[in-house]
Ligand binder design. Structure first.
Ligand SMILES: NC(=O)c1ccc[n+]([C@@H]2O[C@H](COP(=O)([O-])OP(=O)(O)OC[C@H]3O[C@@H](n4cnc5c(N)ncnc54)[C@H](OP(=O)(O)O)[C@@H]3O)[C@@H](O)[C@H]2O)c1
Length: 275
């Protein structure tokens, strides 16, 4: 194996940090980049882009969902001019299912980049329950509000997303592939909370609220209005039982089954993830 230098955008986030760790375990050089990372990279400041890209053979792209497409297109253009040979884009199964114009356009820009590319379309990360404030804070507080009703969702472990990304960044056979990624079974939010409660011994109350109330809750506590609307749209999809199907991208890319939510809960609890 030849060791590669790989730029990991969103390198401090839920998938990027795991991509970097798995690359390092395999002997590659992961250049961890974000606004707060050792390599400073800001989507909104293109003067930070050239140094981050210099000498990198491949890039794991965690996009800025709120950023303009022109910015994304400029970055991809610069990356290819700087000699990057592979791009792996973190997209999202739900954005594509909902026909989200920016998410679709970002995928198209990567497809047209002229270098090898792979698109990852994960569902919601299991790690949202431990690392994303709108769920994790409430799990820790022991009182969760949710808008998904009794709809189920096949949460995927971010470790599996990272494993697929690392394969696509470092091995042949993934060029031009689109991997929809889900876990092995769909769970409702109450079912997922029951598993966390049983493993951690915590009491976690939960309240199912209508979507308009849920959106207000997100705006009051976590997100600007546009982002709150987008997250509520995802809750609506689950509530309509339109987002409980499984996707086999982990098996396609890695030849094995994805990790079960119970494994995520056990690992996270053992690491003190819920305090
Ligand atoms: N969470 C899910 O369940 C889920 C599911 C499917 C797809 N996705 C997609 O995954 C992507 C990441 O979302 P996430 O919520 O999971 O976040 P995340 O990757 O956990 O965190 C965001 C990362 O991006 C960096 N970042 C934020 N703003 C930036 C900027 N202006 N310039 C450079 N880096 C910036 C952050 O670091 P700094 O703050 O240090 O910059 C952090 O490393 C999004 O495109 C989302 O649509 C998420």
């Amino acid at each position: 194996m030849t060791a590669k230098t790989i730029l990991v955008l969103g390198g401090t986030g839920k998938t990027g940090r795991r991509v970097a760790a798995q690359l390092t375990e395999r002997g590659h050089t992961a250049r961890v980049a974000s606004r707060s990372a050792p390599t400073r990279f800001d989507w909104n400041d293109d003067t930070t882009w050239p140094a981050a890209l210099g000498g990198a053979e491949a890039v794991y792209i965690v996009p800025d969902d709120a950023g303009p497409l022109t910015q994304f297109e400029s970055f991809v253009g610069l990356a290819t001019r700087e000699g990057v040979r592979r791009l792996v884009l973190l997209s999202a199964r739900e954005w594509i299912q909902l026909g989200h114009p920016a998410a679709t356009a970002r995928e198209d820009i990567v497809r047209r980049s002229g270098v090898a590319w792979t698109l990852l379309r994960p569902v919601w990360f299991a790690q949202n329950f431990s690392e994303e404030p709108f769920l994790a804070d409430e799990v820790r507080e022991g009182a969760v509000r949710y808008g998904t009703g009794d709809g189920r969702h096949p949460f995927i472990d971010a470790e599996d997303i990272a494993a697929v990304a690392v394969a696509a960044l470092t091995e042949d056979g993934h060029d031009g592939r689109v991997y929809p990624l889900s876990g092995p079974r769909a769970l409702s939010i109450p079912e997922a909370l029951d598993m966390i409660a049983a493993t951690t011994g915590r009491t976690i109350s939960r309240v199912s609220v209508p979507l308009d109330e849920y959106e207000r809750h997100l705006t009051d506590r976590y997100y600007p209005a546009g982002a709150a609307r987008a997250v509520t749209g995802l809750h609506e999809l689950v509530r309509q039982h339109a987002d409980d199907h499984l996707s086999d991208g982990v098996r396609q890319a890695l030849g094995r089954e994805p990790r079960d939510f119970a494994d995520y809960v056990a690992t996270t609890a053992a690491a003190g993830g819920w305090g």
